[in-house]
Design a protein around this ligand. Structure first.
Ligand SMILES: [Zn+2]
Length: 420
């Protein structure tokens, strides 16, 4: 042995030994790294399923992809693949019933799939119309197209929280997407002014979210929700009575219900909105920026929409009056009350009695002067276009009650799962 070692010493310098040892080390390291592939630890698995995408055998194609660029037409895009303008015209014409190619939008993804051989014959163009839908164009002899959909799933979640900053910040702080806050805000658009929610208000929302490959697509849909604003509960339930989903309160009234037509139930309009009215008390032309409803003293005055009381006071001309902020756009004002029944900061619901008819201030007889503010300007509310506010129809009330019950049970089951 000694002799052999001596021979090796003669053949190899110290440096050479270092290289050999390094090499051996590397071999072991690679062997360890690949140990799952070494004999003895091989795990046999069946041949992998062919990878499908857009309904095509994706692995048997070579694929380019990109996004539609500004000013890029289908001709531009396909020119690089040897498709002639004539073929593109035929493709566009053949596909028109499925998808009009002029509707391709900048920034939307596309794929061109060609044969795997060296000829690289372009076979398919895929254009993603939305996060859920795509169009497959055939680029071979049969120029044409068909629509496809990604497989989607839907998850259901319930989230509760207390407002410390704003609805969107607190929804995000609860680990949810800001889009959920937008969905909630749109449900309550006509009911709650989210720019004026306060600390201690709370939300409790049960919603569904459509997903593709576990990523959310489309807006989350509020199914059942309660927003507690200054101690008042505002519940909303999603229900479809045949003309698309809408949101209703527990009584079946639409949450988009805009405003009551009048602030008093059986009032008689005694003077309309008129910018050139001759004032009966002042005996001169003075614009009348409200609508008067005459009624006996003491008749209840109703809030025409839900909102927050921002004024409740006495002024020489207005007498006892109340002003309500309904949302970011609208405020209403009620003048000449004999009695005010609300104070600043109170939250009222549509129809709540806020005061009684009187003739305080500049008034000749008992009436309420109803004033309607839009973006800080007084307008004639009878000329305003409001969204449709169809309530649940009488013949759908039973189905609505069943649905409300179902949503409540589902939402409750979410909580018991979470608390386990
Ligand atoms: Zn008036």
């Amino acid at each position: 042995m000694g002799e052999t070692r001596g021979v090796w010493h003669k053949i190899m310098s110290k440096k050479a030994w270092a290289i050999v040892l390094f090499g051996v080390g590397c071999v072991f390291a690679i062997a360890l790294y690949n140990s799952d592939k070494l004999p003895g630890v091989i795990i046999t698995s069946p041949d992998p399923e062919p990878r499908m995408r857009f309904g095509l055998y994706w692995d048997s194609l070579q694929v380019d992809s990109g996004k539609i660029k500004s000013g890029q037409t289908l001709s531009h895009l396909l020119d690089a693949y040897g498709i002639t303008p004539g073929q593109v015209a035929t493709l566009a014409a053949n596909s028109r019933d499925v998808f009009n190619v002029v509707n391709m939008k900048v920034g939307y993804p596309w794929w061109v799939a060609s044969s795997l051989d060296s000829l690289r014959v372009p076979q398919w163009l895929i254009y993603e119309k939305s996060k859920t839908d795509y169009v497959v164009f055939s680029l071979s002899d049969t120029l044409g197209a068909y629509n496809g959909e990604y497989p989607t799933d839907t998850i259901y979640k319930r989230v509760q929280g207390v407002i410390t900053n704003s609805l969107s910040m607190d929804i995000v702080a609860a680990g949810e997407s800001e889009k959920l806050a937008l969905s909630m805000a749109s449900v309550y658009d006509w009911t709650i002014d989210f720019s004026h929610v306060q600390k201690g208000d709370s939300f409790d929302v049960y919603y569904m979210q459509q997903r593709v490959n576990e990523s959310p697509v489309n807006m989350p849909q509020v199914l059942a929700s309660n927003f507690t604003h200054r101690g008042v509960d505002f519940k909303a339930y999603r229900f479809d009575q045949g003309d698309g989903p809408d949101w209703f309160d527990p009584t079946g009234a639409s949450l988009r219900k805009a405003f009551l037509k009048t602030p008093i139930e059986f009032g008689r309009m005694s003077s309309g909105f008129n910018k050139k009215r001759f004032h009966p008390v002042l005996k001169k032309v003075k614009p009348h920026l409200g609508t008067d409803y005459a009624a006996p003293k003491g008749t209840p005055i109703r809030a025409v929409g839900s909102g927050t009381i921002i004024k409740s006071e006495y002024k020489r001309n207005n007498g006892h009056y109340v002003k309500i902020r309904h949302n970011a756009t609208y405020e209403t004002q009620y003048l000449h009350m004999s009695k005010r029944l609300v104070k600043v900061g109170d939250v009222v619901k549509q129809g709540d009695v806020i005061g009684k008819v009187g003739s305080t201030g500049l008034a000749t007889g008992p009436h309420v002067c109803f004033r309607f503010w839009k973006h800080g300007q007084q307008v004639d509310h009878r000329q305003e276009a409001f969204p449709p506010d169809t309530p649940v129809r009488d013949d759908m009330m039973d189905a609505f009650a069943v649905e409300v019950n179902r949503l409540e049970l589902e939402a409750d089951s979410m909580l018991s799962v979470q608390s386990r």
